[in-house]
Design a protein around this ligand. Structure first.
Ligand code: FE
Length: 159
């Protein structure tokens, strides 16, 4: 009887310590964070930007200002200015949104499992301000094999 008791304790302990964190979630850096209240975000973002960036909306495909944009430069977060993507990783995925095969630094993007709308996707947000960027898919070109599918409203182009 005593050994069964110990077995139960051991099993409970083992299940509590197992790591259930999804592989796609990365810890966010705590330095240089931009934190604003929703009221403050409403003052600095357009209503369209606010809907996508703060409320995780999606702009209508083929309508964003950067979908077919081809200039050389850097794409920064439209909400906080963090440098996120370089033009040399931008490609036309045919999906209707600006697509990048890589981020400037993967730590500048936070990856979170998104189970909304009956799909399992990986949401990407700006690590610095928490703003919604879009989703990342594993059907991009080599060598990364990734497609960062980003709303034009979430980014700003800098030459
Ligand atoms: Fe940001």
């Amino acid at each position: 009887m005593k050994s069964i008791f110990y077995l139960v304790i051991l099993f409970t302990f083992a299940s509590c310590t197992s790591n259930s964190q999804p592989k796609t979630t990365k810890p966010m850096s705590t330095s240089n964070k931009v934190t604003k209240t929703e009221e403050e975000w409403k003052k600095v973002l357009s209503p369209e930007q606010y809907q996508v960036i703060r409320q995780k909306g999606t702009e209508t495909p083929y309508t964003g200002k950067y979908y077919l944009h081809k200039e050389k430069g850097t794409y920064v977060c439209a909400a906080c200015g963090a440098e996120l993507f370089k033009s040399d990783t931008k490609f036309d995925a045919g999906c209707g949104w600006p697509s990048f095969s890589d981020a400037i630094d993967s730590s500048r993007v936070t990856y979170t499992t998104d189970k909304t709308h009956g799909m399992i996707r990986t949401e990407i947000t700006c690590t610095k301000c928490g703003g919604h960027l879009g989703h990342v898919f594993e059907d991009g070109p080599k060598p990364t094999g990734l497609r960062y599918c980003v709303n034009s409203l979430s980014i700003e182009f800098k030459k």
